[in-house]
Design a protein around this ligand. Structure first.
Ligand SMILES: Cc1cc2nc3c(=O)[nH]c(=O)nc-3n(C[C@H](O)[C@H](O)[C@H](O)COP(=O)(O)OP(=O)(O)OC[C@H]3O[C@@H](n4cnc5c(N)ncnc54)[C@H](O)[C@@H]3O)c2cc1C
Length: 482
């Protein structure tokens, strides 16, 4: 079976590998100059700071307590490169001071009564008293038809607005570039959903998350050399499995017909039409909506309704002397800035503190690697300035938050990720199910990627593997036609 995979991000590459392993003749087409999508490394200009030094400019870590990503890492022969962040924790910048992210909280919600004390400092005494009063706040049933709720409204109702503003918002802003009041609890903080669904209070019940088993793996993992190295390993595995990968190929239309699928690529005046027996679409929601318009209009409509956020990542190397707080055993792994603080940066990752392999690589040069993140949904204007301006403003903000002069990096680069992060509104699970149902009705067609089950790397890998199972189940069901 000839299968074309449209999109060579993580979902497309994993899907292609699984299909090739099943004996399919696979071609991956990606619009960009390089595959990998939001898994991306940058090296230019870094040679002088270390041979082969590269930095992740998109995703930089993965959840290790879900199996998909660490399993893939092992399968690709990278188990020895698997690393975990050091013990440093992030800070929250609030009301002119920096506070450690309170231990024992889940997206800002204390997991039990004992963890409430950890909120003191970041929250005022009155705000903490409001948190403590949570069991006395009458519960509100959730809408059974939606079977979901926005994280922000629910947390504010139970614990007070300050918890949302000072904790939940910066944490969700870091992952989704979204707002707590607009994000689905079942997608973004599923551990809260059983309490919300059962209309139960939190603090007088059992802990929200059971304490981890002593032998549980750390929550997060990375790869020595950057998680972007996963892309190279996937490309090698794809080549070994006989798959073809083409870059710089934008698919503009997808049409089913009695002899299989026709995929239109190339410049509009001189299109190149490629044919396949089956197609796996692994592109972001807006592109998927466009390509599905003819073959699966109901799925296209659902995907077209999925909003996305644009962000920029400013990667820098800064002389360690300019950031004295980042040296020593008490150094934090980064900081989060709540939107109520009205700053440009929403997060900074002190990558050379967070990742010991990177600290060791940069130690001889007495440099820190710092990543600054800018942009939340609906705030595209904050990204509309040139790279030098954006970098200078973000560094001024960082210096201000840390109480040091604006750092002057010896190297920096800006990567803009337009429309990169899907915003899962309440009810997203039903939307993803509707997309899958509509696509499954079309033999030889499947969809995968961050639009469906989650933005995290394990969820994206899972979506690709599920799509391949679906595709192989329906592809033999007869010729495709509308
Ligand atoms: C700045 C940033 C930081 C992140 N950090 C983390 C992190 O630390 N940990 C984590 O788990 N997740 C992180 N994420 C999320 C994660 O990186 C993504 O959810 C995931 O990589 C998405 O993979 P994907 O394959 O679904 O899509 P993508 O990576 O977007 O890949 C889609 C591919 O499709 C191609 N394409 C698009 N349209 C067409 C077309 N018409 N024809 C052909 N090709 C097309 C694109 O060029 C692209 O290569 C981050 C995301 C961003 C933006």
């Amino acid at each position: 079976m000839r299968v074309i995979v449209v999109g060579g991000g993580l979902a497309g590459l994993v899907g292609a590998l699984r299909l090739a392993q099943q004996g399919c003749a696979v071609t991956v087409l990606d619009a960009a100059r390089e595959v990998g999508g939001k898994l991306a490394l940058r090296a230019p200009g870094l040679e002088e700071f270390g041979a082969d030094l590269e930095l992740d400019v998109g995703a930089e870590s993965m959840i290790a307590r879900r199996p998909e990503a660490v399993r893939l890492v092992a399968e690709l022969g990278l188990a020895e490169q698997l690393v975990h962040p050091g013990p440093a924790r992030p800070l929250i910048a609030s009301r002119g001071a920096l506070y450690p992210l309170p231990a024992g909280t889940l997206m800002g919600v204390p997991v039990d009564r004992r963890s409430v004390a950890n909120l003191r400092g970041l929250l005022t005494d009155a705000e903490v008293a409001r948190v403590e009063a949570e069991p006395t706040v009458p519960v509100r049933p959730v809408d059974p038809a939606l079977a979901d709720v926005a994280v922000g409204g629910w947390v504010a109702h139970r614990f007070g607005r300050a918890v949302v503003d000072r904790l939940t918002e910066p944490l969700l802003g870091g992952v989704y570039a979204g707002h707590a009041d607009e994000l689905s609890m079942r997608m973004a903080v599923p551990q809260l959903w059983p309490r919300a669904a059962a209309a139960e209070t939190v603090l007088d019940g059992p802990p929200l998350t059971p304490p981890p088993a002593p032998d549980a793996p750390p929550v997060f993992a990375g790869l020595r050399g950057g998680v972007g190295t996963l892309v190279r390993a996937l490309l090698a595995a794809l080549a070994a499995a006989g798959a073809t990968v083409r870059t710089g190929v934008t698919v503009r239309a997808l049409t089913p017909g009695p002899e299989g699928w026709a995929l239109e690529t190339g410049p509009a005046p001189a299109p190149e039409v490629l044919r396949a027996d089956a197609v796996l679409l692994a592109v972001p929601a807006p592109a998927a909506a466009k390509l599905l318009a003819a073959a699966a209009p109901a799925a296209a409509d659902e995907l077209a309704g999925l909003r996305t956020a644009s962000v920029a990542v400013i990667s820098t190397l800064i002389p360690a002397a300019q950031l004295p707080g980042l040296s020593g055993s008490q150094a934090a792994s980064g900081l989060l800035v709540p939107p109520v603080e009205e700053r440009l940066i929403k997060a900074a990752t002190f990558s050379s503190v967070k990742w010991p392999w990177l600290r060791d690589r940069l130690a001889a040069h007495e440099l820190h690697a710092v990543r600054l993140s800018v942009g939340r949904v609906g705030e595209e204007r904050s990204l509309q300035r040139g790279d030098p301006d954006l970098t200078a403003a973000a560094l001024a903000d960082l210096g201000d938050v840390l109480g040091v002069p604006a750092p002057e990096p010896v190297w920096s680069t800006v990567v803009r990720w337009g429309g990169s992060l899907p915003q899962y509104e309440p009810g997203h699970l039903a939307r993803a199910a509707a997309v899958r149902a509509a696509v499954r009705a079309v033999p030889g067609l499947a969809v995968a990627g961050a639009a469906l089950d989650g933005v995290g790397l394990p969820a994206v890998i899972g979506s690709a593997e599920r799509a391949v199972t679906d595709l192989l189940a329906t592809a033999g069901a007869g010729p495709v036609s509308t």
